[in-house]
Design a protein around this ligand. Structure first.
Ligand SMILES: Cc1ncc(COP(=O)(O)O)c(C=O)c1O
Length: 406
């Protein structure tokens, strides 16, 4: 519970409300005061404020009557049209209007899918580690979670199969397998094409959903594009979500779902919001065709440069026994420190020294990751990256020396 004190409303909470986890730590505004590698925030200086302002004026001049009105539940038509084109061009997804829903960021899409499919005590499978937002969403509904280890080319599918077989022997069909296929949050790993295809066959064999969260799709800066699971799936078992948060701007709160039309219809009844961010949708529909492709080129350059700076700095400064991933896109590098170090315990000292990172344990639903951490290179400036990693290395080396002398 959030508080241990008795309150007159205590008896009225829903089952979900009663079982709330402790408050989630972290105040994003504090991050600006230090070298922050903790959050998956887009680069503040490249947010396209001027061109979005122009698009807002155009949207109001040409469509103000509708941009400021309630909107269609599935999403404002101009944005749906623009999205369908983008999906075909960039994601290789040939969807129809009845297959898509505009959502308040990827987070609402995830929340809606959990709402539609997951009851209290239902089982959900996911990569280990995974995006903590998904873990939070599942905790909120009392779901059971089983995490399947990651390999350098994505989820360990042998482990997935044996987990599914064990669950089947107990009469359990997991509601979904949650996958972040490109530049996964938090590891930066991408799932190979061969594994994407095998995963589809496994999901088909065991009768479950693949929930494909492609939040970082547009931010590939090296390597070959890999087709989405959704576009490869002949069985219609995949639900796809992504977001404009990491590209146009997280403050737009615009994301989307692509799913079989029956799923979209169900969600249309569950989602009660008078139309998702109608004004923002009209602005985005104006902004995207003219600005998104060029903006993505700029962002890929920025994040590629920062990733290289971070990987180089890790190589230069971190002590022996430390390993890290080297992503082809997205925001994250995943670092594994020597056994015995505890990144959650070290975080307050890291903050005192002027840096912050995401402790690895937050990214596992069921324990583990104590000696791991996620570093985001999206929010810190070019100039901050090497000094920040040097501080991290000093902290880790000091801790290693201290534990060696115990
Ligand atoms: C994997 C993943 N999915 C979804 C989201 C949610 O994004 P949004 O800001 O659009 O709600 C994030 C954001 O960090 C993410 O990393």
């Amino acid at each position: 519970m959030v508080t241990t004190e008795k309150h007159p409303l205590d008896g009225l909470y829903s089952k979900r409300g009663r079982n709330i986890s402790p408050p989630r730590v972290g105040d994003p505004s504090q991050s600006a005061a230090m070298i922050s590698f903790i959050y998956g925030f887009p680069d503040p200086d490249s947010l396209p404020a001027a061109s979005v302002a122009d698009a807002a004026v155009r949207a109001l001049e040409s469509n103000g009557k509708w941009a400021l009105q309630y909107g269609a539940t599935m999403g404002a038509k101009p944005l749906v049209d623009v999205l369908l084109e983008k999906l075909k061009r960039d994601q290789g997804i040939d969807a129809k209007p009845e297959n898509v829903m505009i959502t308040a960021g990827g987070s609402q899409a995830v929340g809606l899918i959990i709402d539609l499919f997951v009851d209290w005590d239902d089982m959900v499978l996911m990569e280990a580690p995974t995006w903590m937002g998904f873990i939070w969403g599942l905790k909120n509904v009392g779901a059971k979670m089983q995490a399947i280890p990651m390999e350098p080319d994505g989820m360990d599918l042998t482990a997935l199969r044996s987990t599914l077989e064990e669950l089947r022997a107990d009469g359990v069909t997991p509601k979904m397998i949650y996958i972040i296929p490109n530049f996964q949050n938090p590891t930066g790993i991408s799932m190979s094409l061969a594994k994407r295809k095998e995963l589809i066959e496994i999901a088909h064999e065991f009768g479950t959903i693949i929930f494909e969260d492609d939040a970082y799709h547009d931010l590939r800066f090296s390597g070959e594009k890999i087709p989405s699971i959704y576009s490869l799936d002949p069985y219609g078992l995949t639900i796809y979500t992504a977001t404009f948060s990491k590209t146009m701007g997280a403050g737009m709160r615009l994301g989307w779902l692509v799913a079989p039309k029956e799923v979209i219809q169900h969600l249309g009844v569950l989602k009660i919001d008078g139309g998702t961010n109608v004004f923002g949708s009209y602005v985005a529909a104006e902004w995207i065709p003219e600005n998104l492709p060029e903006h993505l080129t700029t962002l890929r350059e920025i994040y590629h440069r920062r990733k290289v700076l971070m990987i180089d700095a890790l190589g230069k400064h971190m002590p022996e026994g430390t390993t890290w991933t080297d992503p082809d896109g997205g925001f994250f590098v995943w670092v594994t420190l020597p056994e015995g170090l505890d990144t959650l315990e070290l975080l307050p000292r890291a903050r005192e020294m002027g840096i912050e990172y995401m402790p690895g344990g937050s990214c596992y639903p069921d324990g583990g990751g104590e000696n791991q951490l996620r570093l985001s290179y999206s929010f810190a400036s070019d100039e901050q990256i090497e000094p920040g990693i040097e501080i991290l290395a000093t902290l880790v080396k000091g801790e290693l020396m201290e534990s060696a002398s115990k």
